[in-house]
Design a protein around this ligand. Structure first.
Ligand code: ZN
Length: 402
């Protein structure tokens, strides 16, 4: 279904600016090469009233987050490490709020929330994906398997009381109804409570050509320009904000009721750049040409590897790789297999492009690094491979071979 109104302000002034063709769902890895797949248009539009960037196609939640949803936070060592540091930082800033009740929306397998439970906080996790929610329960966490909505917030207020701290990392981009979701957060939040969000930061996506972050689970892309009016509509005010390198560039921000406490967030991240250019359509329209240029450069690099008789594997069957491979038209002609450590993905195929996914073992001559946002960690882990002459193609922000 295509949206005809902005998911934030409701205006009909939507201006499509980036067309990435059609792709299957980024996290739906087929079990066999000929398993039927559903393809959806992948077009991005911006609201000319509130400048919220959003996908034109709205795939229903039931299709996006079904029983087969394959992502588990704890399978990524970088995420486990980051969660420990993040929990401790949150606890320093908002320990008083956390001790009353910490609610994590989209808690996945509980890898962040467990640190709050271990510190003696009452905790409640919420996640619509059955598999990861069950994994969180097996850690002893209480989890509701449902999408977060205003209706659910109302029930939880009755059953658990108001939340001192609400965590919602990398979830705001995924929600079907932004206003219902933020209304629910405001409703569940204690008068002096704080809600902390992490979202990918649109200026980094635009400036860094990160078109592979665009897939159907990511329905919205945020800047402070589009966030401020959205929060204000629900009586929420931005208390502090931090710009961090996660996911190629993200912002973490704390909100409270406008009449509530002053938040405290010691910012150690990158500066928040001026966003004036985000209210000009030209800033968005320039992306299509850059992405097409990137695609042609990447295909040329892969063709050179093939012509020289070098074997290429993909590195990491991330959700992002689905957009990268499908948009660029990269299949088994260019890449023999994709290597990934996630047990649930090994033995499956990449969505749409049907490249076999294998566990680590044999090295190729060259990897196409599809988890480019973990570049430094990958280079550390694969020191022996590169020392022996192995190469990496880094596709984003512009393809290079290392
Ligand atoms: Zn709007």
């Amino acid at each position: 279904m295509q949206r005809d109104r902005c998911g934030g302000c409701g205006s009909a002034a939507l201006e499509p600016f980036l067309d990435l063709g059609k792709t299957p769902l980024a996290d739906a890895f087929p079990k066999t090469e000929d398993e039927p797949e559903t393809w959806y248009p992948l077009q991005v539009t911006v609201c000319a009233k509130c400048w919220l960037v959003q996908l034109l196609e709205v795939v229903p939640d039931t299709d996006l987050f079904g029983a087969d949803y394959g992502f588990y936070s704890s399978t990524s060592p970088s995420i486990v490490e980051a969660h420990q540091a993040y929990a401790s930082k949150l606890f320093t800033a908002y320990g008083g709020q956390a001790k009353r009740l910490t609610v994590e929306i989209a808690c996945n397998d509980g890898s962040l929330l467990q640190h709050f439970a271990a510190a003696g906080c009452d905790t409640l996790g919420i996640d619509p994906a059955a598999g990861p929610a069950q994994a969180a329960r097996s850690r002893g966490l209480e989890v509701v398997t449902a999408p977060f909505t205003y209706g659910l917030a109302d029930q939880l207020l009755d059953s658990h009381g108001p939340a001192g701290l609400i965590l919602a990392n990398n979830v705001l981009a995924h929600v079907a109804d932004l206003n219902d979701f933020l209304g629910g957060v405001a409703h569940l939040l204690a008068g002096d409570g704080v809600a902390v969000f992490e979202v990918q930061y649109l200026p980094d996506l635009l400036a860094g050509n990160q078109f592979d972050h665009i897939y159907h689970e990511h329905r919205y892309f945020f800047s402070t320009t589009s966030l401020l009016p959205l929060l204000a509509r629900h009586g929420l005010a931005l208390q502090s904000i931090e710009h961090i390198p996660a996911q190629g560039g993200s912002i973490r921000f704390a909100v409270a009721r406008a009449s509530g406490i002053r938040g405290y967030w010691p910012s150690t991240g990158l500066p928040i750049p001026p966003e004036g250019y985000l209210t000009s359509m030209a800033s968005y329209r320039a992306m299509q040409g850059r992405v097409e240029y990137l695609r042609d450069r990447l295909l040329a690099l892969l063709a050179e590897e093939k012509a020289a008789g070098r074997k290429v594997f993909g590195y990491a069957a991330s959700a992002k790789s689905t957009t990268l491979l499908n948009y660029c038209g990269i299949g088994t002609d260019q890449i023999e297999r994709v290597v990934d450590t996630t047990p649930a993905k090994i033995g499956r195929f990449t969505p749409g492009t049907h490249i076999p996914i294998a566990g680590p073992g044999e090295h190729p001559d060259t990897y196409l690094l599809m988890a480019w946002n973990y570049l430094s960690g990958v280079l550390r882990r694969e020191r022996e491979f590169t020392a022996a002459g192995g190469k990496f193609i880094i596709p984003i922000p512009m393809p290079v071979i290392l």
